[in-house]
Design a protein around this ligand. Structure first.
Ligand SMILES: O=P(O)(O)OC[C@H]1O[C@](O)(CO)[C@@H](O)[C@@H]1O
Length: 382
């Protein structure tokens, strides 16, 4: 499955369908189209009707993996000033405080994920306000019909994780209709245009020296990425990047947010995963012989937002210095645009491409997730 690193796999001519048999690059490139199509789907489903009952006390999004991220993106775009709390439930249990005054949004691309269905069924039993987003002709769609919740059908572009924008835009439109977020149609369109622009710059035929995603993938290959966001919004993109490293590249990724990472994760720079420890000439160095390759160690990936707390900006600069002083490589990815939706979408889009190209450079098929499927099958047998 893993053929080892071969940078030539990212040469423009080589990044073909053979390198990506499941079509993950095509799926990622569909993000802008998803933004546009989801607006039509949400309007046809009657999401605007949610406003009839006024503002909910809270919004709770239930979803797993690439679908659960939609709840985090909603919270990030609504921002700290949001009039009601927005949280994501990843698991089987709906928190005890959630009741009829709250809006529960169940998101599942396949419409079959057991955790999401269990939380949604519990929300229906408690009489919560309900919105369902996901696969048509599915158990989720059946539950929506039985519980008379609003249902937005979403056409999968392949994998749930690459259908992120088809799943997320209906949530943003629900929040908009409830007066909780300012996302005008013009911002949805400018976000789609920015996604198209990232897709163009990161297109398979462009060579690594001009393609930012290919360049960053080659910088990361072999290292253990610590991915830190410089704002709540960038931290959501950082978490997404780690999940995409896992599922697309079958690769580890450690998520963090500045300033919190400065109170714990940064200590890993002083540990044995840094090239410095591995290259130690001290014969008594416990870690010296335990790291195979002193060239490859931790790699700090900083996702920088346009709007950062002034102290966080200083902290990001200091992070870079502290990391480089210890032989830890640093790569920065910057958000583009002004609206929070544009900023998070551009960070996610670039990071998505990085993870797909990392998979290809390593000889890994980005699309299938066999260990996830095996776990599901084993659980179903018990
Ligand atoms: O959107 P769905 O179909 O509920 O799936 C959610 C997540 O579950 C997984 O299939 C893993 O269980 C992920 O790949 C996916 O993002």
């Amino acid at each position: 499955m893993n053929g080892g690193l071969d940078p030539s796999r990212l040469d423009g001519a080589a990044t073909t369908e053979a390198a990506d048999p499941g079509g993950m690059l095509r799926q990622v490139a569909s993000s802008a189209a998803q933004v546009r199509e989801a607006q039509r789907a949400a309007a046809e489903a009657g999401v605007a009707g949610l406003a009839e009952d006024g503002r909910p006390r809270a919004i709770v999004v239930a979803g797993m993996g690439g679908s659960g991220i939609s709840g985090d993106v909603l919270a990030a775009v609504c921002g700290v000033g949001c009039a009601v709390p927005v949280s994501t439930v990843r698991g089987y249990r709906l928190p005890g405080w959630v009741g009829a005054a709250d809006l529960v949004i169940a998101v599942s691309c396949s419409g079959t994920t057991e955790e999401t269905l269990e939380v949604a069924a519990e929300a229906a039993r408690r009489g919560c306000r309900l919105l369902f987003v996901g696969g048509p002709d599915s158990p989720l769609a059946d539950l929506a019909a039985r519980s008379r919740g609003v249902f937005v059908p979403v056409r999968s572009v392949g994998q749930p994780r690459s259908t992120l924008w088809g799943l997320t835009i209906p949530l943003l439109l629900a929040a908009r209709t409830l007066g909780l977020v300012d996302v005008p149609d013009a911002v949805l369109e400018s976000t789609a245009e920015r996604l198209e622009d990232v897709a163009y710059r990161c297109r398979p035929s462009s060579e690594p020296f001009v393609n930012p995603a290919k360049r960053i993938a080659l910088e990361l290959a072999g290292d253990v990425p610590l991915v830190w966001g410089s704002s709540a919004l960038a931290a959501t993109a950082a978490y997404r990047m780690c999940c995409q490293l896992n599922e697309n590249a079958k690769y580890p990724g450690v998520f963090g947010e500045v300033p919190e990472a400065h109170h714990n994760q940064v200590m890993a720079f002083d540990g044995h995963f840094t090239g410095r420890a591995a290259a130690s000439s001290d014969p008594d160095d416990f870690f010296r012989d335990r790291v195979d390759d002193p060239e490859h160690g931790l790699h700090l990936v900083l996702l920088r937002d346009v709007e950062e707390h002034p102290q966080v900006r200083k902290r990001c600069e200091a992070s870079t210095e502290v990391a480089r002083d210890r032989g830890v490589a640093v790569t920065e990815l910057g958000a583009e645009g002004t609206h929070p939706l544009e900023r998070i979408a551009t960070l996610i889009a670039l990071a998505d491409y990085v993870t797909v190209y990392l998979a290809i450079a390593l000889g890994v098929d980005p699309t299938p997730v066999p260990a996830i499927q095996e776990l599901k099958a084993r659980i179903a047998e018990r």
